[in-house]
Design a protein around this ligand. Structure first.
Ligand code: ADP
Ligand code: MG
Length: 499
């Protein structure tokens, strides 16, 4: 039997069939309706917790609290020094408890504990990065050409109440990413975590209070997208929606937000191209391209799921990648040896296995995987093996649609022009990769790809200081980097006449 972790006492209250409350105005409360929904462990199908099923009345309460905290509370007027101290204390709490946060997220959404532990530097680094930015806000003085003595300068002011809607694929990271930037700018927040994985958001909300964040500055409402998420998106008391999730939901949010013309930033789906040229270092490129697609069981918006391999190395590459892929350990994420966990839910399991059938019907071949795992302990969880489709054509559905599972579509190409055309023949534009030892080839590929990130001889690296976001239907706005704060700031121009 694999060595499994025991549940630490710090998180037992979230994962032993209990009914944790959600966070509104500094208090932990049930839904107004008293309704709950179940959140399950995807590795076993077992019940973790029953969470409040928030709906419009709960969102009203949370928005009122955030509104009050913004309009008359201390947060927006607090000196940057004081905001920074609170956020630094929060970062210290996250650092001290990260191991338990990692276990909580592994239980909630299935990702391997080794992957979750690997989030430590990013989680704590983001919290400190945004804390740092609180003291770095600045406007400009601008030379104008008006006759007379007129001076102009700009002020940067927080946009107001932010509705933050996050997905389940990396829950504690998604929380710190969205909330960190919003509160660093002086905004207040109503955050709705994904119904599939809400637990770490509740704990992080509690840690913010513990760090000294005033009541109502960050509220966490648990519930479904169609109810709580939709209520937040149309709410007239919300000034801005910051969303990460699927492209279809992003479109629904833009429609909902149009009603009050609230600002929206969107980090959506992808079908990212990953290009391997003949001269690439295969020792790097084979595992690199496999994990570009398979890490987190493919539940990554920027996963490199369209793999273009140059004809001269295609057969060798597919053979090497197949043997690498078969060596990956799929299992319960709590097992320290597990490299790929289950997918998040029954719905996601059905979606991914349905694409196995779609790919077969479209005439693609399967080099590895392609069938749900059901032996032994796999039977009760949502396990699929990493799957390689070969003989794929860029027009097939498996090459066009985001699967959000551990599935890669491999295509051969013959020359630079054709691979760039194919790589950009997608409505998405989130990530992209290029593997080559030719500097000129790398440089021109970086320029040619219409994507928000390009990785060269690597894939998937993220850092708090580096902006991330999409071109085209992968969304708009940038998260991470100093430009992230622009998403949560207004610019006020000030004209002053002196005489
Ligand atoms: P996925 O397909 O991975 O579940 P979604 O885009 O559906 O991705 O979910 C991402 C987040 O968006 C979740 O928090 C979900 O509850 C929320 N959501 C889903 N539908 C809506 C909606 N119509 N309005 C607002 N939020 C939504
Ligand atoms: Mg959903």
């Amino acid at each position: 039997m694999p060595q499994e972790l025991t549940v630490p006492s710090t998180i037992a209250r979230f994962v032993t069939g209990a009914s944790p409350s959600m966070l509104i105005d500094g208090a932990f409360v049930p839904a107004v309706s008293g309704e709950t929904f179940d959140t399950l462990n995807p590795a076993t199908g077992g019940l973790l917790a029953r969470l409040p099923a928030a709906d419009a009345p709960d969102v009203d309460r949370a928005v009122a609290a955030a509104r009050r905290a913004f309009d008359s509370g201390p947060w927006a007027t607090m000196k940057p020094y004081d905001r920074q101290r609170i956020m630094m204390r929060f970062a210290d709490l996250v650092e001290a408890r990260h191991e338990d946060l990692a276990i909580l997220d592994t239980l909630d959404m299935g990702a391997p504990i080794q992957r979750m532990r690997g989030n430590l530097r990013r989680a704590v680094g983001m919290a400190r990065f945004y804390a740092g930015l609180t003291t770095a806000l600045r406007g400009e003085t601008i030379a104008n050409s008006i006759p007379g003595d007129f001076h102009t300068h700009t002020l940067r002011e927080p946009v107001g109440v932010v509705g933050a809607i996050i997905p389940w694929n990396n829950p504690h990271i998604a929380f710190i990413w969205k909330v960190g930037a919003a509160i660093a700018a002086g905004c207040t927040v109503v955050l709705k975590p994904a119904e599939e994985a809400s637990l770490s958001a509740l704990w992080l909300g509690e840690m913010l209070l513990e760090a000294g964040l005033p009541n109502g500055v960050v509220n966490v409402v648990t519930g479904f997208g169609e109810t709580a998420g939709a209520a937040l998106s149309v709410h007239p008391g919300v000034d801005k929606i910051a969303f990460t999730g699927s492209t279809a939901t992003g479109q629904a949010i833009v429609h909902a937000a149009a009603n009050t013309l609230k600002r929206v930033s969107l980090e959506l789906g992808g079908k990212s191209p990953n290009i391997v040229f003949n001269d690439a270092d295969l020792d790097l490129a084979v595992p690199g391209a496999a994990m570009a697609a398979f890490t987190n069981s493919g539940q990554v918006c920027s996963a490199g799921t369209r793999l273009f391999v140059e004809r001269g190395i295609y057969d060798e590459f597919v053979a090497a990648m197949t043997s690498y892929t078969r060596s990956l350990t799929v299992g319960n994420g709590l097992d320290g040896d597990t490299q790929l966990g289950p997918v998040v839910s029954q719905t996601q399991l059905e979606r991914v296995t349905n694409y196995f059938e779609i790919g077969r019907a479209e005439g693609a071949a399967i080099a590895s995987g392609g069938k749900r795992l059901t032996d032994g302990d796999y039977a009760s969880g949502y396990f699929v093996p990493p799957t390689i489709f070969t003989d794929v054509h860029n027009e097939m559905r498996i090459a066009k649609e985001e699967i959000f599972g551990p599935v890669v579509s491999v295509m051969a190409f013959d020359d630079y022009e054709s691979v760039i055309r194919l790589a950009n023949a997608s409505p998405f534009g989130l990530g992209g990769g290029v593997w080559t030892n030719d500097l000129n080839q790398a440089t021109r590929t970086v320029s040619a790809l219409r994507t928000g990130t390009v990785w060269v001889n690597c894939y998937g690296q993220m850092d708090p200081a580096v902006p991330f976001g999409g071109y085209r239907m992968s969304g708009y706005g940038r998260e991470g980097g100093v430009e992230h704060l622009d998403e949560f700031l207004e610019t006020k121009a000030v004209w002053t006449q002196t005489h």
